[in-house]
Design a protein around this ligand. Structure first.
Ligand code: PHE
Length: 482
């Protein structure tokens, strides 16, 4: 059972490949679909500001802690945390933290694959010109026909899960590395092409201005400020792949020679720049077509919600020269980004099965794919046969949430930050100065290490707790005074 990842799979072939793989893990639906719609839903510039604040004070220190713990444990997060705890005379119950992160990752994978499936479907719909000169009603009808049909969603969900399975089952070099080596350069190229297209749309400034302005009325309306702050924190975790075991699992294959701080900052910068670029692509196209206040017949206000990329954007592309081509390219981008992220979501649980149950990688990947695929059915049905079903209808704040919404809320806004809190507590308080300083290899840069330690011990956990208490009290307040 104690075969180390080193014996199992070896190390990343280079520092660059590790950075590419982790960037692949962090850049995903979170950047291109979730971030832009949250910006429009929760109030533009203000949301971005809060989000950036969390990225800096929570994201970077937790990312460093996860890379450090992953490399120290050299196993899946579950086994790795147990080994680190034992080596440092701590309770082996710390492995439960690994469980929580791994389960959060599995839950996210389950709905991630469904949305990624929509994106594959949209590549073909865009390319076929289905959206050319279609009205807003037409677009919602097309979207509605897709999500309203469980069989279609099932087919795309299955296809996407198979793509993830193929990469993960081949292991570190033939699977993970080979995939990111091809997909990441393609992703950067497509991103730049689309940015150029958005700039030439002629409404670049208006779109960017909208993004950074603050439509605060949305903040106090539907969701409330407490939810907006919690959502910004959840998004910071989601987009950096924190608290889901993915980073720890990838760092298990990282050689000791690599300096963690440098890698972490590079990854955070890339992820943030790509999220903002995605907004700078999407919002100008929407403004170029004067869709600032379009409404959709299916009751989903697409500009403020998940429909942004799947309804408003196709409507915009449909009215533009070259829209079919660039529109399908946009969804290619989304699929590329989602694929490399989903691989990372699957890795922790697959690594665990190979160590704990001595399963062959292929079999482990098959097992996890099937489990995530099955849980994904809940998300699929949320959009059609269960669309009126509200599992927590008795609880006021959750009374309008479908199974999918609850899954996303539980995983992204609760489990990820909670794992993050425990991870930073473990790294900052439970492990000694010497152990962490050695592993972060910041011995020479005393100031850098001290800064990490202070932030990790005091600022990050405090901030996390404050946000939790604040949003909880706001939410409870809404319960009492609806
Ligand atoms: N970071 C990915 C995204 O932005 C999602 C993800 C979360 C991947 C957690 C791995 C672990 O889409």
């Amino acid at each position: 059972m104690n075969i180390s990842q080193h014996d199992n799979q070896g190390f990343w072939s280079s520092r660059l490949l590790f950075v590419l793989a982790v960037t692949g893990a962090t850049v995903g639906l979170g950047n291109i679909w979730r971030f832009p719609y949250m910006v429009s839903e929760y109030g533009g510039g203000l949301f971005i500001l809060v989000y950036l604040f969390f990225i800096a004070l929570i994201g970077i220190p937790v990312l460093m802690a996860e890379i450090m713990l992953g490399r120290m444990g050299r196993h899946s997060p579950i086994t790795g945390l147990r080994i680190i705890a034992e080596q440092n005379g701590l309770s082996r119950h710390w492995q439960n933290l690994g469980w929580m992160a791994t389960i959060a990752g599995l839950l996210i994978l389950s709905f991630y694959s469904v949305i990624a499936g929509w994106s594959i479907a949209f590549i073909f719909r865009m390319a076929a010109g289905v959206f050319d000169n279609v009205s807003a009603q037409g677009v919602s009808a097309i979207f509605g026909r897709l999500v309203g049909d469980p069989e279609k969603l099932l087919a795309w969900h299955t296809l996407f899960m198979m793509l993830v399975y193929v990469a993960v089952s081949r292991g570190l070099h033939a699977g993970l590395e080979r995939t990111v080596k091809i997909l990441m350069p393609a992703l950067f190229l497509v991103l730049l092409l689309l940015l150029a297209y958005a700039i030439y749309s002629g409404h670049f400034t208006a779109g960017v201005q909208y993004m950074f302005s603050s439509p605060t009325e949305h903040l106090d309306s539907a969701r409330g400020l407490g939810f907006a702050v919690l959502a910004a924190m959840g998004q910071a975790f989601f987009t950096l792949s924190l608290g889901a075991g993915a980073i720890m699992a990838y760092a298990a294959y990282l050689p000791r020679s690599v300096s963690i701080a440098g890698v972490a900052v590079t990854i955070v910068l890339l992820d943030t720049v790509i999220a903002i670029t995605a907004g700078m692509i999407i919002f100008p196209l929407i403004f170029a077509n004067d869709l600032g206040s379009v409404s959709f017949s299916n009751g989903l206000d697409a500009r403020y919600g998940p429909g942004l990329v799947f309804q408003t954007l196709p409507l915009a592309f449909g009215q533009m020269p070259g829209g079919a081509l660039f529109g399908s390219l946009f969804f290619v981008l989304l699929v590329l980004a989602a694929w490399t992220s989903a691989i990372a979501l699957m890795e922790p649980s697959v690594a665990y099965l190979t160590e704990r149950w001595a399963m062959k990688r292929r079999k482990a990947a098959k097992t996890i794919s099937v489990i995530a695929w099955l849980i994904g059915l809940g998300t699929i049905f949320s959009f059609n046969i269960w669309s009126d079903y509200r599992p927590l209808s008795e609880i006021a704040i959750f009374s309008d949430k479908t199974t999918y919404h609850l899954l996303d809320f539980l995983a992204s806004n609760i489990l990820l930050p909670l794992s993050g809190l425990l991870i930073i507590f473990f790294a900052g308080w439970k492990l000694s100065w010497k152990t962490t300083e050695d592993e972060l290899s910041m011995g020479k840069e005393y100031c850098g290490y001290a800064a990490w330690r202070i932030v990790a011990r005091y600022i990050t956990p405090l901030l996390l707790i404050i946000v939790f208490i604040y949003s909880l009290s706001k939410a409870l307040g809404r319960l009492a005074f609806p």
